[in-house]
Design a protein around this ligand. Sequence first.
Ligand code: BDR
Ligand code: CA
Length: 315
Amino acid sequence: MSDRRKIIIDCDPGHDDAVAIMLAARNPKIELLGITTVRGNQTLEKVTKNALNICQYLGIDVPVCQGLGEAIVRKSPPVEERVHGDSGLDGPVFDPLTKQLDPRHAVDFIIETVLNADSPVTLVPTGPLSNIAMAIKKEPRILENIDEIVLMGGAYQHGNVTAAAEFNIYADAEAAHVVFSCGRRVVMMGLDLTRQALCYPEIVERMEKVKTRAGKLFVDLMKFFCMTQKRTFGWEGGPLHDPTTIAYLIDPSCIETKDMYSEIDITGGPSHGRTNCDFFNLMKDKEMNSKVAVKLDVEKFWDIVEDNLRLYDSI
Ligand code: BDR
Ligand code: CA
C-alpha cells in the first residue's frame, strides 16, 4: 500500500485547472488515480479535449473520463469564454490528439475507483460539482472511503458570477448542496483565498526560467490568462484559483483554514449558489462540516508551483 495521497481531480480545464493537474501529476506525495471532466468553463466536449491534451503534452498516463454536460437540476449557466477563450484553454498549441478517452462515465469511474482503493481517496473538484454529487447519490457507499473533499469553489465574502456566488458553486448549486451536506469534510478553497493567488506578469517571467515542458505550458497558458484578465476586468494579474487545492495537499502549511459550518443557498433567489459559511460560529447546533481557507502564504505557494513545474522533462 502506497503512502502517497490518492486523489481524483474532477475538473473543467480551464487554465487554472490545467495548472492544478500539472502540480499533482508528478508530485511524490500524490498518486493521481484519474481525471474526470464536467461542463463548466467550456462545454463538456471542449474541456474533455483539453484534459486529454494536457495529459498527452505532459506524458501524464492516467484515465480521463468524461462526465456530466449539464447541471443536475437547473439549466447550466453560460460557459466562461471571456477568460478561457473559445477552446476553454486558449494559448498553447498542441499536437494532434492521440490520447484516448477512457470509455467509463466519470460518475462510474469515481464510484469504482473509490470503492476499490486500498486506502481512502481524496476527491479534488475544481469545477461544478455535478459528477461528485451524482456519484454520491448513485453509490453512497463511496463516502466510507473518501477521506475529504478538497475543492475550489465558493466564497464567504463576495462572489464572482453574482454578488453572492462563485462560479463553480453557482453553476450547479444543487450538486454543491449534496456535496457540502454529504457527511465528509469539505476543504473549501474559496475566492477569499484564491484572490490572494494572483498571477502577475512577474510570476510568468519567473516560470519562464523553468525550462521544462510543464514550465512552457504554464507560461503559454498564463500569458493568455493575464491578457484576458486585463481585457475583461482591467487587472494586471488574475487569481489562479484551482492549483490552491493541490498546493494544500502538497504542503498544508501554505494555507490557513478555519473550521466552519457551511451550507449552499439553493433557494433560487438573488443569493442562489452562495456558500453561507458560519465564520463566527453563530449556529452552535450545526456540525462544522468544512475547513474554509482564509489565508495563503503567497511566497510558499509560488515556490510550490515552481518546484512542481521543475519535475517534468526538460525542453
Ligand atoms: C472557478 O471558475 C473557473 O473559471 C475556474 O477554473 C475556477 O475553477 C473560479 O470561480
Ligand atoms: Ca475550474
